[in-house]
Design a protein around this ligand. Structure first.
Ligand code: ITT
Length: 194
């Protein structure tokens, strides 16, 4: 059994793709977990590990967690580790409008999505974490309805379309794909799932 410890249902769908079919997946709702893990780390790796350890110790289950975000170079990496929490009471459309407004005066629109994928086994006390990133730029408008979060304003390098316009293609090149692909490659070498 494996707990996918995220409240974000889009992340759950993206992470599930990596879990071997024979492994039973648990969610925080399945285990009736109401408490929120601390997210006060300085970077994605710290936060992903904190989430995995917090929920793994609480539930006694082997646990996977994800911490991720968008970093915009000309805004000194904003919103970065605060991607989920900045303008928390506003819709993603409002947040994206705010970002596009801030970038109006900037020449440089380069940005990257980063994801840290963490695994914790509370019995064996094993912690593993892999990071993945995808470079690109911020579009001039909100484009596409696919994906979630900031997908409609992020164009990965080598493409003309935003993640929000892409559909399946996102899952072959995204930050989450790179992080979880690396994590499950390591896990399959050391762990016998059942
Ligand atoms: P959990 O902490 O419960 O996993 P969360 O959504 O709060 O869920 P994070 O703290 O890691 O997760 O924040 C990640 C935010 O970064 C996410 O809510 C989006 O705003 C953004 N983000 C991360 N990956 C993304 C992706 O693939 N596409 C679009 N936006 C993404």
């Amino acid at each position: 059994m494996l707990l996918i410890a995220t409240r974000n249902k889009h992340k759950v769908e993206e992470i599930k793709r990596f879990v071997p079919l024979e492994v039973k997946i648990l969610s925080l709702d399945d285990l009736d977990v109401k408490l929120e893990a601390p997210e006060d780390g300085n970077n994605f790796v710290e936060n992903a590990i904190k989430k995995a350890i917090f929920y793994g110790n609480m539930t006694k289950q082997r646990t996977i967690a994800d911490d991720s975000g968008l970093l915009i170079d000309s805004l000194d990496g904003f919103p970065g580790v605060h991607s989920a929490r900045f303008m928390k009471d506003s819709s993603y459309e409002q947040r994206m409008i705010f970002i596009l407004e801030m970038l109006k005066s900037k020449q440089d629109r380069t940005a990257r999505f980063v994801c840290a994928a963490a695994y914790y086994d509370p019995v064996e006390k094993v912690v593993l974490c892999c990071e993945g990133a995808v470079d690109g730029k911020i579009s001039h408008g909100i484009r596409g309805t696919g994906g979630f979060g900031y997908d409609p304003i992020f164009i990965p390098n080598g493409y003309e379309t935003t993640f929000g316009e892409m559909g399946e293609e996102k899952h072959k090149l995204s930050h989450r794909y790179k992080a979880f692909n690396a994590l499950f490659e390591k896990l399959s070498a050391i762990i016998f799932f059942k």
